[in-house]
Design a protein. Structure first.
Lengths: 146, 146
DNA sequence: TAAATATAATTGATATATCAATTACATAGC
DNA sequence: GCTATGTAATTGATATATCAATTATATTTA
């Protein structure tokens, strides 16, 4: 049996788009901020907006599993962007807090991210964005419901 | 400065869609074939259709870098799906060949992949697929041209 | 309340991602 | 024919991805 090569499918297009965006965004971040990855930046943004998030919750927001999140937070603690401490309300969890150094990153990150989004979405209409969201939503639903 | 949280952006939608598709596809592959990842399967499909591809070329087709491809092929050679041998026309390259065991995988893989694509794209029109491709193409171009 | 079950996080093992440096070979230009 | 430059692949270091097993704590239920 023959199947169309992966390179001819829409999945290839989706994959290459998100990978190019990530490369582009990472490059622009690295120009201005040392030692921060996109995903680490997203962790900071989420924690900033929702203090008290557990590792598990952060993991879901950035599409990682718990094991990856444990290690990712280890490295962010090692780099002094985050502080991890005992949570006495529920000793299974930790309190994850943004340090001064982490807050410094948060001062510089937003304009870069905004710029990344704007330039990568240049020339794309609101309507197109809505279509994109709807169609991708259908695919995702098909994958999770079956 | 405030930015919209990543979870509210189209990039989050794109990312989650491709990740769900990958999970879904991997799960269906694993039900029938032991010890093959989606990416390893894609390498087999590409090599089957284009014998003589170099590691570098395969890497581009599946969006990996050379270092990852070296290691990926190492493991596929270790699992006896591929055979690597000297290429006397250009001794910087290798000849990468599919073994009998690799061909066995290639017998079983295509119907699963076809089924994965069909079910995940169920209810999506040809027109929507075209739109998807066009819009994502614009984003990708914005990211590579800037 | 003791035992069963559930949850959050960690750990080990293995694979992959990424960058920079290196090796080995090929080719162009002098 | 030599040197400079280019190219394919590897390697080392570190981070992340993934699965399964484990630890520590909470919650439910008999």
């Amino acid at each position: 049996m023959n199947v169309t090569l992966p390179s001819e499918t829409i999945f290839h297009v989706i994959e290459s788009t998100i990978k190019e965006y990530r490369k582009f965004a990472q490059k622009n971040i690295s120009k201005k901020i040392q030692d921060i990855t996109i995903d680490q930046g997203m962790v900071l943004l989420f924690l900033n907006d929702h203090p008290g998030l557990t590792q598990k919750e952060i993991a879901e927001l950035v599409f990682k599993d718990n094991a990856s999140m444990t290690r990712m937070i280890n490295t962010m603690v090692g780099k002094k962007h985050l502080k991890r401490s005992i949570n006495n309300e529920d000793r299974r969890r930790y309190k994850i807090e943004i340090t001064t150094k982490g807050k410094e990153v948060l001062k510089n990150l937003p304009p870069i991210i905004q710029q990344n989004r704007n330039s990568s979405l240049k020339g794309i209409t609101k309507n197109e964005l809505e279509q994109l969201e709807v169609i991708l939503g259908k695919i995702r639903t098909n994958c999770t419901k079956n």
